[in-house]
Write a protein that binds this ligand. Structure first.
Ligand code: GLA
Length: 487
């Protein structure tokens, strides 16, 4: 959760803008709500290196902020972000060149990528004090590189940098879903936490201070937002610590209405997608801000299992019900999306949520009110979204009991299936284990260490078919139980 500079500032980004945005996030209620990263996207660097291959930083764009600092040093802005008790993010490309998309026109900047300098650049980012790095794919695509290969090398370079500086550097993979990253990004290079973009940009940047024919006509529509959501649905690849990234948010930006903001916030929250807000934080309306900081929506987003929703039914064309299993037994987050031009009276079929019988509790997230569980009909205005949490009884699962061995032929033959995995990991560190399915999907689970006789639990959505969970000789890891729920 945090802010990213690209959507609203594109390549005009500089120290002053970043300071203003960081200050806004720290004081407008977002920081308290959990937004913590301030990410500087493309445009911070113009592609020049010194004789030793070190990145040369423009002193005017990134001046000293405090007495005693040197202009042209990115540690100035990282220190400023840290002084607000926030985390700092930076950006590069996996290939030789970056994207260099100066809004609409302007020079194409070559050599703004990190290829050939992975160790040098990621160590530099970490030494400057950055906690997060987004690695784009414009250069990688141009050179027709393999994403799985490059990002594994990057993950290893990041691990070496972390070992040197002792600072965690979070990897954000941005190859727009071009090489099916949901198959290889979870656990790439044995990395524990990462996110991968699943599609292109919701829209090109909308920089309010720029005026030209092309730029002035940019308005965000519900189609832009819904297409990004749909492109990002890979629930079988998403596990605690590994997330499909639906793109930076455009909430409150040009063209967005309050209803469209609700659709955007509701879908990103129920998907546990990164909430990297790309809007100008100094211009957010109270309505947008209250959506971004809505506690119950954020609780759905931050559910420990971090799963994506599954479309359970479309009672009439354009009206869709999405449900996401949550860590608390029998709890579902439910989004009812009305993409039609008319208000919809939606009758929820509880059985379709994979629950036994009618719900015991029903909560409307936007209003923060309990709803009558006896009445399953909800009214959703045209082009709007209702967000609910539903508490009911979980159906009886199929149980796979094991100790020390792999689990093979896990049955999920009725479609995407919710499962809970209990394990013990006494290795002292997170272990990444592969999961392979007959559907062709291979993914990875990160299993954090457990203490003593405690068990850890993760949630997963198994793909249609049968799956094998392979421990591949992990000595200190034992699967205790796998519960597979009929949906
Ligand atoms: C790509 C990415 C965007 C942004 C721009 C910068 O388009 O998908 O998120 O980083 O590059 O040029």
């Amino acid at each position: 959760m945090g802010w990213n500079s690209w959507n609203s500032f594109a390549n005009i980004i500089n120290s002053q803008i970043v300071q203003q945005q960081a200050k806004a996030l720290a004081s407008n209620g977002m920081k308290v709500a959990g937004y913590e990263y301030i990410v500087i996207d493309e445009g911070w660097w113009l592609g020049e290196r010194d004789a030793a291959g070190n990145i040369v930083v423009d002193p005017k764009q990134w001046p000293a902020i405090q007495p005693g600092q040197k202009a042209g040093d990115m540690s100035n802005i990282a220190a400023y972000i840290h002084s607000l008790d926030l985390k700092a993010g930076i950006y590069t490309d996996a290939g030789r060149d970056g994207c260099s998309m100066y809004p609409d026109s302007g020079p194409k900047l070559l050599n703004t990528g990190s290829e050939g300098h992975y160790d040098q650049d990621f160590l530099q980012f970490s030494k400057w004090g950055f906690d997060y790095v987004k690695v784009d794919w414009c250069g990688g695509a141009k050179e027709k590189l393999s994403g799985a290969v490059q990002y594994a090398q990057i993950a290893h370079a990041i691990q070496r940098a972390e070992n040197t500086t002792g600072r965690k550097l979070f990897l954000s993979i941005c190859e727009w879903g071009s090489q099916n990253p949901w198959f290889w990004a979870p656990g790439v290079g044995d990395i524990e936490t990462t996110i991968w973009r699943t599609g292109g940009d919701i829209i090109p940047p909308v920089v309010e201070s720029l005026h030209d024919a092309e730029h002035d006509k940019r308005f965000i529509s519900s189609k832009n937002v819904l297409e990004s959501f749909e492109a990002g649905l890979h629930p079988e690849a998403q596990h605690t610590g590994y997330y499909n990234d639906l793109d930076m948010m455009v909430i409150g930006m040009r063209g967005m209405t309050d209803a469209l903001d609700r659709i955007h916030m509701g879908l990103w929250a129920i998907s546990s997608a990164p909430l990297m807000v790309g809007s100008d934080l100094t211009r957010l309306s109270p309505a947008t801000l209250s959506l971004l900081t809505n506690k119950e929506a954020l609780a759905i987003h931050n559910d420990p299992y971090g799963l994506q929703p599954i479309k359970v039914t479309e009672p009439t064309p354009g009206v869709q019900i999405w449900a996401k299993p949550m860590a608390i037994g029998g709890r579902r987050a439910v989004a009812i999306l009305n993409g039609t031009d008319a208000s919809a009276e939606v009758k929820v079929d509880w059985d379709k949520l994979g629950l036994k019988g009618p719900p015991k509790e029903l909560r409307d997230v936007w209003s923060g009110r309990d709803l009558d569980t006896g009445d399953a009909t909800l009214s959703v205005p045209a082009h709007d979204l209702a967000l609910l949490t539903v508490d009911g009884g979980e159906k009886t699962p199929a149980e796979y009991l094991v100790n020390q061995t792999d689990i093979t032929k896990i049955q999920a033959t009725r479609g995407p299936t919710f499962a809970r995995l209990q394990y013990a990991n006494t290795s002292g560190h997170t272990v990444v284990v592969p999961l392979k399915s007959t559907s062709g999907l291979s993914t990875a689970l990160a299993l954090p260490p457990t203490v003593g006789s405690d068990t850890g639990t993760v949630g997963l959505i198994l793909p249609h078919g049968t799956a094998d969970l392979l421990l591949e000789g992990q000595q200190r890891l034992a699967i205790r139980k796998l519960d597979v729920y009929p949906w």
